[in-house]
Design a protein around this ligand. Structure first.
Ligand code: TXA
Ligand code: MG
Length: 361
């Protein structure tokens, strides 16, 4: 694979509040020439290439070590690009685009012939979104092409939510890294398949599915795989059958059907952790502002407040990465009610745990 070797990585720091066009222009030139650029979005960092250049797109799979049957999301900066990518746009898709773009919603639609097979992994459909990040939008605009970009992590690992994360994972593997600090949401976009009779949630994300439901005024199918309880079948969401977001240490998720009585729940979590500690296992517990008081003597990491799931979602990947740095054997995480961003958080935690789920009554 010598032809895929890349040049030394250039890191460009860009302040997202006043992005300098000349710096972004340099990265855009790399995209135009078929190179790879890691760039910030409002969700997580993406590893981008010209979506209409199949050779450039192939490099993404190589660098991420991504299975070739896992299709990519195409990022656009204006609606004319949507028409290049798809030839039959439904009224519902147009309404979603108008309401939620730019923003963390990805729609699956039928693809046009202009989209190389590498992007869609041979499917007839394509995933598209318009990111709400000034640097991402400017990069796409100056590149004068849609940009295909998965999250910029090596396959299977937690997505990068800061410039530090991408530099650690990807130096020497891509042409350019744009470092714009921490991303806003810290979890990926919500993916909705709009090619079926009823919309299907393929991946809960930064935009709560309830908001999409309210807007469309239509039922949205939420399969078990979107809850992170089982792998998606190949037919529903090709990429989602792979293990994702995982720290290299084992992770347990302790869940309950009722988070109403937090004191009772926390005591059960404590029992599980104590059981491990008594066996000589070194444990770290991912807990919340409301529950940490119940875990005296246990090493904890703070996910944030249960009253602010935006904060919990935003902290999640950072903490999953931190687990690997700590002198512990096993991490245990609390669970959350599957409402709003709670569904997104549970999807990620369950998958990161490799379905190591303990449910208490
Ligand atoms: O927030 C995000 O969505 C980030 C930023 C960079 O935009 N991107 C991201 O991409 O999370 P990635 O590749 O990590 O996740 C994309 C998911 C994959 O699981 C893939 O299987 C699914 O989208 N996907 C892409 N095209 C699809 C298609 N045609 N049908 C079904 N699923 C598709
Ligand atoms: Mg990913």
């Amino acid at each position: 694979m010598r032809e895929l070797a890349v040049k030394p990585t250039k890191v460009i720091e860009i302040d997202p509040s006043s992005p300098k066009t000349e710096y972004i222009l340099e990265a855009a030139r790399v995209i135009k020439e078929g190179g790879l650029v890691i760039f910030p979005t409002e969700t997580v960092y993406g590893l981008g290439a010209d979506a209409l250049n199949s050779l450039a797109v192939r490099k993404i799979f190589y660098v991420k070590n991504r299975p070739l049957d896992n299709p990519l999301i195409v990022h656009i900066s204006n609606l004319d690009q949507l028409e290049i990518l798809s030839s039959d746009l439904s009224e519902d898709v147009c309404r979603l685009a108008e309401k939620f773009w730019p923003g963390p919603l990805t729609v699956i639609i039928r693809k046009s012939e202009k989209v190389p097979d590498e992007v869609s992994a041979g499917l007839e459909t394509i995933a598209v979104r318009m990111p709400a990040h000034p640097v991402a939008l400017k990069l796409i605009e100056l590149s004068e092409t849609p940009i295909a970009a998965p999250s910029a992590n090596p396959a299977g690992r937690p997505s990068p939510t800061s410039g530090e994360h991408v530099k650690r994972d990807m130096m020497g593997k891509v042409d350019v890294i744009i470092d714009s600090g921490e991303t806003l949401f810290g979890v990926e976009s919500t993916i909705i398949d709009m090619t079926r009779n009823l919309p299907v949630l393929l991946r809960p994300g930064a935009l709560p599915v309830e908001e999409v439901q309210r807007m469309l005024n239509k039922e949205i199918i939420i399969p078990e795989s979107a809850r992170g309880l089982i792998e998606a079948s190949e037919a529903i969401a090709p990429g989602m059958k792979y293990r994702h977001y995982a720290p290299s240490k084992p992770l347990h998720v302790v869940e309950t059907r009722d988070y109403g009585n937090l004191e009772r729940y926390s005591l059960e979590v404590f029992k599980h952790v104590k059981g491990l500690i008594d066996k000589g296992v070194k444990v770290v517990l991912l807990s919340t502002v409301e529950t940490t008081q119940y875990y005296r003597g246990v090493k904890t990491l703070n996910l944030g407040s249960r009253k602010n799931l935006f904060e919990v979602a935003r902290n999640l990947y950072k903490l999953l990465r931190e687990i690997d740095e700590l002198d512990i054997d096993i991490a245990v995480s609390e669970g959350f009610e599957e409402k709003g961003l709670g569904l997104t958080i549970m999807n990620r935690l369950r998958k990161a745990s490799g379905y190591n789920i303990i449910t208490i009554n």
